[in-house]
Design a binder for this molecule. Structure first.
Ligand code: ZN
Length: 410
């Protein structure tokens, strides 16, 4: 039996758990230590530490203070790990916590985080997804059921002081280019809500003041939200500090490429069973700057898709130069519009793109002036035929439980 080195009590605030932290900083004390070759389990909160509830109101999504995220389990120290090594992490298995077999997906208000399609969905909404073994379905989004491609949205090692300074400097400089933007350009350090694990006194104060927020993916990996980094994957992480300091959290039962809904995929509390080993000096040997990984041998076996194209011309008809972000947005909007013809509300269709194992591809980036992105919608997740036909779309979806929506309070 692998030992559970970090335990999480969902009834307890994550701030009271010393093996949890929500910032990146080299001085965060190791929560526990393992040896190369060890396998062990870590339990995790959902990324909000239990703030989002399984209920019929989106007020929690609207009102959440996003400076509290992400609550991570760790850092796990690995004996013998030194800067320049590669930490090899086998994700042996991942699951939902037995006392919490559900997850959430939502859209943040444009005034509190926003999301990929925030101009189209500016108000807070959420959907709750029940987890039943391999499968998930939602009372708020009928007509779909799919197996989970379970993965950690966030996993990585602690930065060293130089890398931390690089992150903070470049992101603060970026924010300074448009400091009043809504949503903001980046997330600066925020001492008030920092959780520095076991740290106390001056060290805790220093971590709170300087600790990098966990929102963006960075050179160490971090919040990459890669749906294919699923159980069974093997990841090779750059090591920057003695002991590596591996942390993990933000578990997703399932997610579409891009995690476009931002709050987020199907977010859940759970556990990760992993094994660690080292490649000494591996960063230089393999020329590694960002993590690399091998995919899982197990993936949902979809072989039929409806594929939506998008080009780098925005909703107003403005031309952009080979802009993949605009092109993917158009592909997503095209898919949402199509799904509404079968009875979905636009919000339900958006939720499906955020939660189901939808693929996003950069299809063309050289044919000036338009980039082409494609969104692959697996047709087999639907319990009706979603393909186009000469007969036209059949309204197949009726909703008994409306998707919770909470307008902003003015
Ligand atoms: Zn997430």
């Amino acid at each position: 039996m692998p030992e559970t080195l970090i335990k999480v009590d969902l009834k307890q605030s994550p701030y009271e758990n010393e093996q949890i932290h929500n910032r990146w900083h080299p001085d965060i004390p190791m929560a526990c230590w393992v040896k190369p070759g060890d396998d062990f389990k870590l339990e995790t909160y959902d990324w909000t530490g239990g703030f989002i509830k399984n209920d019929e109101s989106a007020d929690d999504v609207r009102d959440i203070d996003l400076t509290i995220v992400h609550f991570l389990s760790g850092p796990v120290g690995v004996e013998g790990a030194e800067p320049g090594d590669l930490l090899v992490v086998d994700l042996l298995d991942i699951g939902a916590k037995e006392d919490s077999l559900w997850g959430f997906n939502g859209f943040f208000s444009k005034n509190n985080g926003g999301g990929f399609l925030t101009d189209h969905f500016p108000q807070a909404q959420k959907s709750i997804w029940d987890i039943s073994g391999l499968y998930t379905h939602s009372r708020h989004v009928p007509g779909v059921k799919f197996p989970g491609l379970i993965h950690p949205g966030l996993i990585g090692c602690l930065p060293d002081p130089k890398l931390l300074e690089t992150w903070n400097t470049r992101e603060m400089d970026f924010i300074a280019t448009d400091p009043d933007r809504v949503p903001p350009l980046a997330a600066p350090p925020c001492a008030k809500t920092a959780h520095a694990g076991k740290a106390t006194g001056d060290v805790k104060t220093k971590i709170a003041a300087e600790g990098a927020r966990t929102v963006p993916p960075r050179e160490h990996g971090g919040n990459c939200d890669i749906k294919d980094l699923s159980r069974g994957s093997k990841i090779f992480f750059p090591v920057y500090v003695k002991g590596a300091g591996l942390s993990v959290g933000d578990l997703h039962f399932s997610q579409g490429d891009g995690e476009i809904t931002f709050c987020g995929a199907i977010e859940m509390a759970g556990w990760v069973h992993m094994k660690v080993s080292l490649i000494k000096g591996g960063m230089a040997k393999y020329g590694i700057k960002n993590p690399i990984f091998k995919p899982s041998p197990i993936t949902p076996n979809y072989n039929d898709y409806l594929i939506f194209e998008g080009i780098s011309v925005d909703e107003a008809g403005k031309q952009y130069y080979l802009d993949v972000h605009i092109a993917y947005r158009q592909a997503c909007l095209n898919a949402i519009n199509y799904m509404t013809k079968f009875g979905y509300t636009p919000a339900q269709a958006y939720s499906i793109l955020g939660t189901a194992p939808v693929q996003g591809h950069i299809s063309g980036v050289v044919d000036i002036p338009n980039a082409c992105a494609t969104l692959w919608l697996p047709t087999q997740i639907f319990d009706f035929d979603i393909n186009p036909s000469a007969a036209g779309p059949v309204k197949s979806v009726t909703t008994d439980v409306p998707m919770p929506l909470s307008p902003d309070v003015i």
